[in-house]
Design a protein around this ligand. Structure first.
Ligand code: UN1
Length: 500
């Protein structure tokens, strides 16, 4: 147990909140009380749980400005983007409120007479959800809303970097009618979370894990879940490629690469990793991209900027370490410096006071290719690689070669390139003439390979994470009819051929 301060990353003198983190025993205790509350919550009819989700959605809508302002203050996301993030919570509630009235099962014909087959979706039990700081409201809602709607209880372990937003979101769920033990928010540090979760799994208190974060931690969570024969929904890192073909609209591609690479200061799992340009347009694309980022407004997230500060000083530190992956062979573009923006290391046109917070220069690294650490390291900051290719096949190899497979984008006007790219790329999400980031809240979200274990969030698809199918058969024949053995014999003339 320790006390943590959450500070505004745009103005470190602004203390947002202080939290006491939970011990592993407290983490486990939260799972125990969620587990005890779960049968009661599952008995609430699904349409009534859907009403609760509707109420949460209306309250988030009524508090949209306040919640977005808190997101901006606590993690430095520009206010307009923070409004978008809160809208994603509302959209998620809007989608799932009706699902309470569907949550369909099926009727299935039996292979025998006087027998009927059915399927039911059953809640899994208690879901343990671990989320990151970069989307402190939207991504948690992707888990919490469907998990609760399906009749599960939830222990939510939000990022220690965003405790104020997670407290506000929890209050909104409570005010919307989610009972106290049904959703429990526990702020804890990594090791205590792991130990508490391990203990809870050992006692049979947790039946589902949701984790959004790094690939390394995801592996540990996946191993832990597997040891206890539970499945984890893992939403991990990305090294998201954008491929620009010679027939692309280059201005559109630059706009997409600007938002994808530098929006949210590059701190999205869907952020652009490497911009791959066809050799015929590479020089032109690079010069337009560099011009666009040199002119972009960076700074105070309350004002109209492309991006604000790093999420916290720790995120800035990691970004500065990643700059160490740039080698002599690379060329760096994008700003008047690299690393932290300060009065001594200024950025022309900076909006606000750079020394007050943790702001970073945008960096484009030209000359990235396989074998470079930058080719396959997720950098999670305002750092975009730039490389060249000469054919679509080569672009596909570059897009897939690092083993991540979250989001991938292609800019082209050729339908053939679109379809070949879609079929050849290993990513779970593909954008055509659109940025790698900015997925809509009701399409399946998730990745493959180093980006996740194939689980999908959002829309109908996430229901398979938070329910398990129960298969029911009902035989009213009055005798034991054995499947595969007591089925009717339907003879046919196997030797029959048409006369020729
Ligand atoms: C994340 O960074 O974990 O598609 C999620 C997007 C956002 C969600 C990103 N809607 O960029």
């Amino acid at each position: 147990m320790s006390s943590l301060e959450s500070r505004n990353p745009a103005d470190l003198s602004d203390l947002v909140t202080t939290v006491t983190t939970a011990s592993s025993a407290e983490v486990c205790a939260a799972a125990a009380s969620a587990h005890a509350a779960q049968p009661g919550w599952a008995e609430v009819p699904a349409p009534a749980r859907g009403r609760v989700i509707a109420q949460v959605g209306r309250l988030v809508e009524a508090n949209k400005d306040a919640l977005a302002a808190l997101v901006t203050r606590e993690v430095g996301k520009p206010y307009r983007e923070a409004l978008g993030e809160v809208q994603e919570v509302i959209d998620t509630c809007d989608f799932f409120l009706g699902e309470g009235r569907r949550l369909y099962g099926q009727t299935v014909p039996s292979e025998m007479a006087d027998k009927q087959l059915f399927t039911y979706r059953e809640p899994v039990g208690t879901a343990f959800i671990i989320t990151a700081a970069n989307f402190p409201a939207a991504v948690p809602s992707w888990y919490l809303v469907p998990a609760l709607l399906c009749g599960n209880c939830v222990v939510w372990k939000p990022s220690e970097t965003a405790p104020a937003v997670s407290a506000a979101l929890t209050d909104l769920f409570r005010a919307g009618g989610v009972p106290e033990h049904v959703l429990q928010t526990v702020v804890a540090e990594g090791q205590q979370t792991y130990d508490g979760l391990e203990a809870a799994l050992g006692k049979g208190l947790v039946q589902k894990i949701g984790f959004t974060g790094s690939t390394d931690v995801g592996r540990r969570i996946g191993e832990l879940a597997g040891r206890h024969l539970q499945s984890a929904c893992l939403e991990l890192g990305g090294k998201n490629p954008m491929v620009v073909m010679p027939d692309a609209d280059l201005d559109l591609a630059v706009e997409g690469a600007l938002f994808g690479g530098f929006g949210t200061a590059g701190q999205r799992c869907t952020s652009l990793g490497t911009l791959w340009a066809h050799e015929d347009v590479a020089d032109e694309l690079l010069s337009r991209y560099v011009a666009a980022i040199e002119q972009a407004a960076i700074g105070d997230p309350v004002q109209d900027v492309l991006y604000g500060p790093m999420i916290s000083p720790a995120y800035l530190d990691r970004h500065e370490k990643n700059l160490g992956l740039v080698t002599d062979r690379h060329r760096v573009h994008g700003s008047s410096g690299t690393g932290r923006i300060t009065t001594a290391n200024p950025r022309a046109g900076f909006v606000g006071d750079p020394d007050a917070g943790v702001f970073a220069h945008p960096t484009i690294v030209e000359g990235v290719r396989p074998g470079d650490a930058l080719y396959d390291t997720e950098t999670f900051g305002p750092l975009v690689g730039f490389g060249r290719f000469s054919s679509l096949d080569e672009a596909l190899e570059l897009a897939n070669g690092h083993g991540y497979g979250l989001s991938a984008s292609i800019y082209t006007t050729s339908p053939e390139s679109v379809w070949r790219f879609r079929a050849g790329v290993g990513a779970g999400m593909v954008s055509v003439n659109n940025s790698t980031s900015g997925a809509e809240a009701h399409l399946p979200f998730g990745g493959n390979g180093r980006s996740g274990n194939g689980s999908r969030q959002s829309g109908l698809w996430v229901l398979d994470q938070f329910t398990r199918w129960q298969a029911v058969n009902w035989d009213w024949s009055g005798r034991l009819q054995k499947a595969q053995m007591d089925v009717a014999d339907l003879p046919y003339d196997a030797a029959f051929r048409l006369a020729t």
